[in-house]
Design a binder for this molecule. Structure first.
Ligand code: NAP
Length: 259
């Protein structure tokens, strides 16, 4: 299938590795020119070189913190009028809500809710004016089924999801869609980090905990980042103009509900 987005411009946030990188690669495979971001310049530049070499698209690497105003300004200076925006940032730490201060909550809400809303605000009018835009927010399966130790994530991402539910029904009239992609367990560094408390509590290694958890998933494994990237590229395609305001779970069937 031709996704019909060759030559389009995408900003893919937080994309030197993991799910963001997978989305960037899948878009590059469709011929999309990229602006990619991460805080660590070395890994980011390496990723940019690899994607450029493999897919022959233009890749601009902007090192900075996407959760800050300066970080976002630099990205938008490099690409003021993207056709595609993939919102992503690191997830908040696990823990017990009794230990979290207002400052901890502000950081999570800023990173996993307000940063995405701000980037949407600064790009959506142009997308609507040109009658094409695709926005994908990387959130979490926790939006549909909360994970007890990830209360900061459950709360902040639910806020973004609620906001998007409203505006995505307006922007679609101008062929601008906004959807959430909800990762269940994908094999990335972040997943390993979230297993650390369980490993420490049980005296097992992170690898042992990971193997047990992978076996418990109906698919018998964790997701592969490239599977996530492919779903993102489809949502960003010109074929997906009738899909908006949706929250698509990629979890190997772990969520047990009928709908
Ligand atoms: P990852 O493998 O740790 O990769 C995170 C990427 O984001 C890195 O490139 C990192 O680079 C960049 N990044 C982090 N904070 C940033 C910031 N403030 N500004 C710019 N770039 C930043 O994580 P992942 O597994 O891909 O997860 C991506 C998102 O999905 C996270 O929000 C995570 O909580 C969520 N999620 C993941 C899973 C899973 O199973 N993997 C499940 C549910 C939800 P730098 O560190 O250099 O900035």
């Amino acid at each position: 299938m031709d996704f019909g987005i060759k030559g389009r411009k995408a900003i893919v946030c937080a994309s030197s590795k993991g799910l963001g990188r997978a989305c960037a690669e899948a878009l590059a495979e469709e011929g999309v020119d990229l602006v990619i971001t991460a805080r660590g310049a070395d890994a980011l530049n390496k990723t940019a070189d690899e994607i450029r070499a493999k897919y022959g698209v233009s890749v601009t690497a902007i090192a900075g913190d996407i959760t800050t105003e300066e970080g976002r300004a630099e990205v938008l200076e490099a690409c003021p009028t993207p056709d595609i925006l993939v919102n992503n940032a690191g997830g908040p730490p696990p823990g017990d809500f009794r230990d979290w201060s207002i400052d901890d909550w502000m950081k999570a809400v800023n990173a996993n809710m307000l940063t995405a809303i701000e980037l949407i605000r600064l790009t959506v009018d142009h997308m609507e004016a040109q009658k094409f835009g695709r926005i994908v927010n990387i959130t979490s399966a926790a939006v549909k089924a909360p994970i007890d130790i990830l209360g900061l994530s459950n709360g902040a991402r639910a806020g973004l999801t609620g906001f998007v539910a409203g505006i995505s029904r307006k922007t679609v009239a101008n062929n601008v869609t906004i959807n959430g992609l909800l990762p269940g367990p994908f094999d990335t560094d972040r997943l390993a980090a979230t297993m650390k408390p369980a490993a420490e509590a049980s005296g097992k290694s992170i690898e042992e905990v990971a193997a047990e958890r992978a076996k418990m998933n109906p698919a018998g494994r964790f997701g592969r980042p490239e599977e996530f990237g492919a779903a993102c590229a489809f949502l960003c395609s010109d074929k997906a103009g009738f899909i908006t305001g949706q929250n698509i779970l990629l979890d190997g069937g772990a969520f047990p509900g009928t709908l």
